[in-house]
Design a binder for this molecule. Structure first.
Ligand SMILES: Cc1cc2nc3c(=O)[nH]c(=O)nc-3n(C[C@H](O)[C@H](O)[C@H](O)COP(=O)(O)OP(=O)(O)OC[C@H]3O[C@@H](n4cnc5c(N)ncnc54)[C@H](O)[C@@H]3O)c2cc1C
Ligand SMILES: *[C@@H]1O[C@H](CO)[C@@H](O)[C@H](O)[C@H]1NC(C)=O
Ligand SMILES: *[C@@H]1O[C@H](CO)[C@@H](O)[C@H](O)[C@H]1NC(C)=O
Ligand SMILES: *[C@@H]1O[C@H](CO)[C@@H](O)[C@H](O)[C@H]1NC(C)=O
Ligand SMILES: *[C@@H]1O[C@H](CO)[C@@H](O)[C@H](O)[C@H]1NC(C)=O
Ligand SMILES: *[C@@H]1O[C@H](CO)[C@@H](O)[C@H](O)[C@H]1NC(C)=O
Ligand SMILES: *[C@@H]1O[C@H](CO)[C@@H](O)[C@H](O)[C@H]1NC(C)=O
Ligand SMILES: *[C@@H]1O[C@H](CO)[C@@H](O)[C@H](O)[C@H]1NC(C)=O
Length: 494
């Protein structure tokens, strides 16, 4: 009874606020910023409201707000806050979680026209706007024999990746992609525009490296460039009979990442016959088949695409693996260890639990409606974390005394009719994996945001201290909680 009498008025109050605020946002924007606001039925609305990677992200916003500049975005944000109106923000549109970057009825803010793309004079710093995908960045920098630490697949968006951390080809040399950002231009909840860097708003600078959309809207990232003409890279795919050897190679690499020029993404792809495929990257324009990658390259390949190529070419190649218009879920988890034995055991538990669960999924969804299933691992070792520390640190809270082996489960399917089945299956599977790794003493509560599902929590996995710090920085820069309440999408610190 107590519960009922408490929740009823609250629920109806929320319903009233929501009902009032939905149309209000589009109205409030139209007065000062009509040229940047697009109603249902317009060409721009149709384009922007469908410009998302997966079907899972498609909703029906009341209108689209496409600011032409940071100051226009700031003006719009003030109008939205004044009207107490809900909104969502989309950068590259690759966070495949319903409601994370889109909204029903409210205002969809899109970054498409914040298109800064400039090299500073000495070419060491790139200023880039949130309109871009990594393919655009690599193509632009490639003209000067430069590249940057960013997405490994070209279509992924710049802003979301940098705000999550950013697992990248150069991680063992530079840390997370976010660690290469030296300055952010940010629109705060009160409509002011600030810079955040080591000397100015340094707490906000730290929080943006992993803290996502909890503090403000980033309108420009200034990031360090990396000299690169060509790299040795490709995918190496082996047959089912080599899976155990492939997983052993993954553990061997993870337990001793002695050559920081490397990056690997080992994955299992179940199907009629399971394939094991690894993205291999080596930062050299002359040396191929380096010693450290031999555990993989000594396994006979069914096919491989290894060769010297630019990062732009490689990200376009990996980008071809990205299928648009499917429904999707990504789930993240982590095991932690130091020795080969520990890491191999962690990999094996994840592998075995996942494959044991698969028949349950196949029983409920016809194979024609399963687009892709994948299980992959991302080792993050001492060099990576030390590079992060040297750059000034980030919010992710990893400790270089252990190797983090982050895993991701991916299911992509055709037909929203299967959404509920996949959601139940993947939650059950994830809990089964994590309970098993917990029992083995290998579990870590870090979930990499870029690979996480909506049901997972992120910030507790950064450690209690960092989580509290993020909460107080959000309160300092956004005392009215604009990014917690009016912008409901994405991962929130509280
Ligand atoms: C095919 C694929 C490949 C991937 N590869 C990698 C990889 O190699 N490395 C890696 O680390 N991750 C990778 N990811 C994960 C990826 O980093 C995240 O999905 C990330 O959120 C994508 O950024 P986006 O701009 O496209 O996202 P969006 O969906 O546009 O945004 C993500 C979140 O950030 C918010 N946001 C967007 N722009 C801003 C802004 N300017 N200011 C404040 N908040 C903002 C949004 O509201 C949303 O909550 C991959 C994902 C996919 C689907
Ligand atoms: C805004 O972005 C859209 C989509 O990318 C593009 O077609 C349009 O030309 C841009 N407009 C301006 C003024 O930059
Ligand atoms: C880029 O590097 C290649 C190979 O090292 C060199 O031939 C080319 O001249 C360089 N181009 C620029 C613009 O520096
Ligand atoms: C840091 O921010 C201040 C403004 O607050 C700016 O003057 C300075 O140039 C910024 N530093 C960097 C490295 O961008
Ligand atoms: C991984 O799972 C597959 C399929 O169940 C199994 O054949 C293989 O032996 C497992 N390998 C390890 C190392 O767990
Ligand atoms: C990292 O872990 C080590 C060993 O457990 C511990 O001594 C150290 O304090 C930790 N560092 C941080 C920054 O938490
Ligand atoms: C299954 O996929 C096919 C296309 O492969 C599609 O036409 C069909 O609608 C899907 N089934 C459901 C129930 O959505
Ligand atoms: C273990 O499983 C239970 C339910 O099955 C779940 O609630 C819990 O979160 C799981 N533990 C971990 C660490 O995932």
């Amino acid at each position: 009874m107590r519960v009922a009498s408490f929740t009823l008025p609250l629920a109806s109050a929320i319903a009233t606020v929501a009902a009032r605020s939905i149309g209000a946002g589009c109205q409030a924007l139209k007065q000062p910023l009509g040229d940047a606001v697009f109603s249902r039925g317009t060409t721009v609305y149709n384009y922007e409201s469908s410009n998302f990677w997966s079907n899972t992200e498609i909703l029906s916003p009341g209108c689209v707000f496409r600011p032409q500049s940071a100051s226009q975005l700031a003006e719009g944000l003030e109008a939205l806050v004044g009207a107490n109106a809900e909104f969502a923000v989309r950068g590259g549109g690759h966070m495949g979680i319903r409601g994370s970057n889109n909204i029903n009825g409210g205002v969809l803010v899109v970054m498409s026209n914040l298109t800064t793309m400039e090299l500073k004079e000495d070419k060491s710093i790139l200023s880039v706007g949130p309109a871009y995908r990594w393919a655009d960045v690599y193509a632009f920098l490639g003209k000067s024999n430069l590249t940057a630490a960013g997405g490994r697949l070209g279509p992924v968006g710049v802003p979301g990746l940098l705000l999550a951390g950013g697992v990248n080809f150069y991680g063992n040399q530079v840390g997370f992609a976010a660690d290469t950002v030296i300055n952010y231009e940010v629109v705060l909840g009160d409509g002011s525009i600030v810079e955040a860097n080591k000397t100015s708003n340094s707490d906000l600078f730290w929080a943006l490296k992993g803290g996502s959309s909890n503090f403000g809207l980033v309108t420009r990232f200034d990031l360090q460039t990396i000299r690169s003409s060509k790299v040795w890279a490709g995918t190496w795919t082996v047959a089912a009979e080599y899976i155990d050897r492939f997983l052993a190679a993954t553990a061997e690499f993870a337990s001793d990442i002695y050559d920081p020029k490397t990056h690997v993404v080992p994955a299992l792809v179940p199907g009629d016959s399971t394939l094991a495929s690894v993205i291999l990257f080596y930062d050299s324009e002359t040396e191929n088949y380096p010693e450290i990658l031999k555990p993989f390259t000594d396994i006979p390949a069914i096919s491989n695409t290894m060769g010297f190529k630019t990062v732009a070419e490689f990200a376009a190649e990996t980008g071809e693996m990205v299928v648009d218009g499917i429904n999707d879920v990504f789930v993240a988890g982590t095991v932690k260890g130091t020795t080969y034995k520990e890491l191999h055991q962690g990999i094996s538990i994840i592998n075995t639990t996942f494959f044991n669960q698969l028949p349950k999924l196949y029983k409920q969804i016809p194979s024609a409606n399963i687009s892709t299933i994948q299980l992959d691992w991302q080792p993050i070792g001492a060099d990576w974390m030390k590079a992060s520390e040297q750059a000034g640190g980030n919010a992710l809270g990893l400790n270089s005394s252990k190797v983090y082996l982050c895993y991701a489960e991916v299911v992509e399917w055709i037909g929203s009719a299967y959404d509920g089945i996949v959601a139940d299956w993947i939650e059950e599977t994830t809990y089964a994996i994590n309970n098993a790794t917990l029992k083995a003493g290998l579990y870590d509560k870090f979930n990499y945001m870029g690979d996480s599902a909506g049901f997972q929590s992120i910030f507790p996995g950064y450690g209690e201290k960092n989580h509290q710090k993020l909460i107080s920085i959000a309160q300092k820069y956004d005392p009215h909680g604009v990014f917690q309440t009016l912008m409901p999408g994405g991962f929130k610190v509280y």
